[in-house]
Ligand binder design. Sequence first.
Ligand code: SAM
Length: 286
Amino acid sequence: MGALNELSLKLYRAVMILPRAHSLQRVRERMFGPKNGRYSVDLNPPLPHPIDRQYGIDTSGHLGFNALRSGKSSDIYMTSYGGSQPSILRRTLRAIPDLDRSVFLDLGCGKGRATVVATEFPFRRIIGVELAPSVVPFARANAERIGWQFPERTPIEVIEGDALATAIPDGQVVIFFYHPFFRALMKKIVAKMENALKGKEERRIFVVYYDPVYGDLYDKSRYFQRFFAGNIDFEPFELGTGASCFDCQDTVVIWQSRGGDMAPPHPGAEAKLRVIPPGWRAEVMS
Ligand SMILES: C[S@@+](CC[C@H](N)C(=O)[O-])C[C@H]1O[C@@H](n2cnc3c(N)ncnc32)[C@H](O)[C@@H]1O
């Protein structure tokens, strides 16, 4: 990457992060990861998640931009790597009908924790797409380990690539995001989904957005309708394993595409979303 491109990438990321940040040190850590492998107090690295021991996989830790960058143009929008909470994902997936007819597509799968949880459900296919070449080998190794242990489960397919360039499979698709990228890229992805839905009654998309910081983009789209919204507590054994050591709950909102045979929304699905300053998390207001 040329020096000018590198500078504009850094400036863009600074503009995205700086105005809402608490401190320069926190900005630096959010943008590039910790210095000498150590975070400041409120960004202690998460404890290893018990799911790693349960399955003999490696999905824990937090990785910043420098550890993730791929050299592709979408790098500029990357947030960071951290795994979602399996208990929360399980609860939200149970809310969706017809999983046995669905493809699970994790756009920004990281080390693949959400795809591993998806194998506990009867999905038709499970696909993880990841931009960062540094974490793809983890996702692949984890997928392989699950395949050996549970040959009866749906295999995980890991694709190294850009969420934006990913084709949306036909039929019913559950698209999962755990706050993987900044607004500009999510906006392009919403437009891509809208195009995929145009005139295609048989296509049905459930968007599961974990930490839905840009949920307003789906709320504004006439192609999507709210299906579920909730702030969900961690299981006690997950405390300390979230993105911040103080986390004890995360928020998930699900939208379903409009048209055809729609499932009745869950109570509270329309609840208002609030982005919590400095802007890396969102919560549902009661
Ligand atoms: C917060 S992690 C989520 C990991 C996983 N989905 C989970 O829930 O455990 C977000 C991931 O998105 C990836 N990512 C960011 N931009 C991407 C893009 N344009 N295409 C694919 N992956 C991307 C990051 O590298 C990071 O690994």
